[in-house]
Design a protein. Structure first.
Lengths: 169, 292
């Protein structure tokens, strides 16, 4: 078992890391590259705390072996926005207090973002289904669902404002 | 922390088969990793090498081929859900894919992985049994096709040899008059391991009698199973409420469930009968050819 250098683009930044084959993508992101917004919960794909977007798809990073991610583009919660310019999902989570202990929040936000990219007008049932791989042990699901609904409204409003602006140009 | 292993990254199916043959017995294929990574972590599996199939184009795609639908073993559950061909020609598989684990797992887990793992609760198995599916096992020695019902030999045991890859799953395109049903009973609506699951297929003859019946059950035996006696009983009989009730009783009688943390054996038998009866009744009511 020998280590090799793998290449990852995380939140737009190119990284190289010397990695043994028995490490997960989660371990590489958190322990080697410092993306501590990616949480380590169960390490068996049950809890969703380690959710990231890998080449466009939301996945459990604990179940991806690091070498399988060679050349991949990864987006974590941190990559979606900043304190000054939060992503509408992050802003809605903050505005509605959709976090109790906060441990599940980065994974929830990433799953919600992946949902809204595919389905900008989800029903409540669709939101609950889309977040079914993300467990909140504080059981604060009500506010989380409301936050995703609010984010969807904000994103649709922002998009129609943009379109209107383009038309007047 | 995971145990140590070599990680082999083949660029083609041929290269993957060569690795598996060369490391006979101590190499295991990996794709989505949703079963094998937890198994490595818990120590249940300890292969000395993993052969990564996740990048092999040969294992991707869903296509029609001579009256069959052929799905590559590397197709993910999310890709099944997005396939118009699966939606139209494999309705129970589509329904099972919707209830499979959760969206994060569905983006990684593959069809071949779900079958080759051979859990009695494998969600894709009852639908594929009801569709008369077969699997393609490929090795350096060639390709063999095995009907899914003969593929499973016990809890987490199959006829797949360690040098073989489950490269594809195929099933005949169903007749237009075939009616299907699928139910998965779990302890919650999403992200559940099934307590009992069932898929049925009924094909009516022009006279309204049953010309073919398939009743497949999950989580009620060491392997995903077909209730063959109940199927034989239905064949050739008119699909009355009494006939269907008797077939459901027979199907439950063929099951041999265990008691575990999800349900008792007795509960599984009772519920299997109810689910099969409801699915058959619903399938029998779907439009049948009218006598003129």
């Amino acid at each position: 078992m020998e280590a090799k250098v793998i290449h990852l683009t995380v939140n737009g930044r190119a990284h190289r890391a010397l990695v043994e084959p028995n490490l997960s993508l989660l371990h590489v992101l958190r322990e080697l590259l410092g993306y501590t917004d990616v949480k380590n919960g169960c390490e068996k794909g049950d809890c969703g705390a380690c959710t990231v977007i890998l080449n466009g798809k939301a996945v459990n990073s604990c179940l991806v072996l690091a070498w399988q991610a060679e050349g991949a583009v990864v987006v974590t919660d941190t990559g979606l926005g900043t304190l000054e310019h939060p992503h509408p999902v992050q802003e809605a989570f903050a505005d509605l207090g959709a976090a109790q202990c906060g441990y599940c929040t980065p994974g929830m936000v990433v799953s919600a973002k992946a949902l809204l990219d595919e389905n900008p007008h989800p029903s409540e049932a669709e939101i609950r289904e889309a977040l079914s791989g993300n467990l909140c042990r504080c059981t604060g699901y009500g506010q989380i669902v409301h936050a995703v609904q609010l984010a969807a409204e904000k994103m649709v409003t922002a998009e129609s404002a943009e379109n209107a602006e383009e038309k007047t140009r | 922390m995971l145990p140590e292993f070599d990680f082999l990254t083949p660029n083609s199916l041929a290269e993957a088969l060569a690795w598996l043959a060369q490391r006979a017995g101590d190499a295991a294929p990996v794709a989505g990793g949703t079963n094998i990574v937890p198994d490595l972590r818990s120590g249940r599996h300890a292969p000395k090498a993993l052969v990564d199939l996740s990048r092999l184009a040969e294992l991707k795609g869903i296509r029609r081929e001579d009256g069959y639908v052929v799905a590559g073993g590397g197709v993910t559950i999310a890709e099944l859900l997005g396939s118009p061909l699966v939606r139209s020609s494999a309705r129970p598989l589509f329904e099972a894919a919707r209830l499979f684990a959760n969206p994060l797992i569905r983006n990684r887990a593959t069809l071949a992985g779900n079958l080759a793992d051979a859990s009695p609760a494998a969600d894709s198995a009852p639908p594929l049994l009801a569709l008369d599916a077969e699997v393609e096992l490929v090795s350096q020695a060639g390709t063999r096709r095995v009907s899914l019902v003969e593929f499973f030999t016990g809890v987490r045991r199959t006829v797949r040899r360690t040098d073989e890859i489950l490269a594809a799953v195929r099933w005949p395109v169903p007749e237009p008059e075939a009616a299907f049903g699928y139910t998965k009973l779990g302890l919650r609506r999403a992200d559940a391991i099934s307590v009992v699951s069932a898929a049925v297929c009924l094909v009516p003859a022009p006279d309204g009698a049953c010309s073919r019946a398939r009743i497949a059950l999950g989580s009620v035996a060491p392997v995903p199973m077909r209730a063959r006696a109940a199927e034989a009983f239905l064949t050739g009989r008119p699909l009355s409420a009494e006939t269907i009730a008797e077939a459901a009783r027979m199907a439950a009688g063929e099951a041999s469930p265990i008691s575990d943390l999800r349900a008792t054996s007795g509960y599984r038998k009772r519920v299997a009968e109810v689910i099969v009866r409801r699915l058959l009744a619903e399938a029998a009511r779907t439009p049948q050819p009218q006598e003129s």
